[in-house]
Design a protein around this ligand. Sequence first.
Ligand code: ATP
Length: 590
Amino acid sequence: MTFSHLVSYFEKIEATSKRLEMFAILADLFREAHADEIDQVVYFLQGELLPAFHGINMGMSEKYLLRAITHAAGVDHDTLLQQHRTLGDIGKTVEHYSQTKEESSQTISEVYQAIYHIAMMSGEGSVDRKIDALAALFSSLSATEAKYAARFVAGQLRLGAGDATILEALALSHGDRAFRTSLDRAYNLTSDLGLLAKTFGQKGEAGILATSVRCGYPIRSALCERLPSSEEIIEKIGRCSVEIKYDGFRCQAHKQGDTVILFSRNQERTTPMFPEIVDALQTVFRQNDIILEGEALAVNEATGEAFPFQVTMQRKRKHGIDLLAKDVPLKFFVFDLLYLDGVDYTQYPYKARRDKLIALLHKHKEGEHRGSPLPPQNTVMDISEAIETDDPKTLSRFFNNVVERGYEGIVAKRLESLYTAGSRNFNWIKLKRSYKGEITDTLDLCIVGYFFGKGARARLGIGTILAAVYDPSAARFKTVSKIGTGFSEAELTDLKALLDEITLSEKPHELDAEMIPDVWVLPKYVVPVTADEITQSQSHTACCDAEGAGLSLRFPRVTGFVRSDKGPYDVTTTTEIAALFHQQKRIQVE
Ligand code: ATP
């Protein structure tokens, strides 16, 4: 398929806000695409060269693209910057300066490969080479094609086709919505929609059904539901395992041969952050291929207690990790076994996974190991601490005990549940300590715009942000709060710099909003937020009732800076905020 034909699909997708129409357009596109190129079609739709877990970054900021346009169009850079500020979109700027009106004959693969090649350039002089190659690419495309290519390269091609939409359209393209169940399963096990589309195209449903867990491909995280008390947890799932909820970084560790790759909750590579976990896996599981999941956190060696999250957070820095690993040692509390030597453990009940984990890790803790010499005793990996009970009082006692020891709370797990990749359900239920006057859990909200602010804040050019939850069934973001509290001045300055890279001239395509900020931004950055209460307000669009009142937050405040482990589609959903609203009402009534 030619790239220009793909672009005609992009235009159709952009022109519709109706979900069913979007499915139909995408299903047509998938039917028409050849099995050899459909993976690239999917990556274009997702706006990423490859899923983030492959660790390949486009590495081209808007600044470089603007230099490439100056180059390609031979215009004065300041004039171009002025024009760009007026147009407010890198795609429109490239289109404006393009001199080519006719469609190019380049195929999807040719354009994709050209961009891939540019992304791979490294070493001395690579920035200039990238700019030259981009300028050449833009010149070889029509104005409209170049518009979309530029947005793609800048990471701003957001067509509103989220993962669920692509999965639905893939099922429809093969003529039956019922394929959705097997597609979802395969996606949750491999996290690569392009790979899935290609397998489906080449091998049909049999290929999808045969898809299994594989080392190097992150399994989408199983997530927790919430309940407000021990009684309700036991009532819901009966006898269960109650584990400490560790407050660190979720870490899915894949070891195959000598290679270890670590993934975040959000399927991004975090290997360089935790060298000791890499070492521990290589030493302890020398002869195994394995996938483990757990929480990595800094612990105080003297007391054996966990440090607050801010201490673990330091691992996010780019340099000096080895030194940090010595000063602030880290432990990997493993809470799940997902794969071992060709066996997909996600298909086993919790109890069987846990027993196997205990057998594996305890054996190694005692220094026994197949073959000799004996490996050094493992001090980095440990199994999450847990009790098994069907008594709410015992659960409460365990909860109070772990909270006293500085942990966040507990996660109760249904004994017979399989590992439900990519799904939030009552197989796992979290109960966290709550603070007086706060809702019982922080929300993760997506920033969709900002206001300039008044007084001292006006000087910074940013005073408050407009934040949204996500409604996956409608594939729309919905606003829930305007937030100014909790940021330091330095954080606001940093945030403004981040947001100014992704400003939009109009409301984001995927957003429903009543409130209009001074500046719209692409839904990209996620911040953790707490509030005293969830209330109803006509100004917000989340969970709107018949009178047009949506949910909103009373005294909202951010509790941290931008979360790098969550993307826009991972934020709190409308269903979750509605559940918190109802739980809050119930607690007030009791
Ligand atoms: P979520 O991951 O559910 O979207 P979140 O990122 O805001 O929510 P929390 O609500 O604090 O995180 O709790 C869920 C997280 O708790 C898991 O993603 C996992 O990283 C962490 N966790 C800590 N200990 C455990 C455990 N024993 N079992 C499962 N998860 C645990």
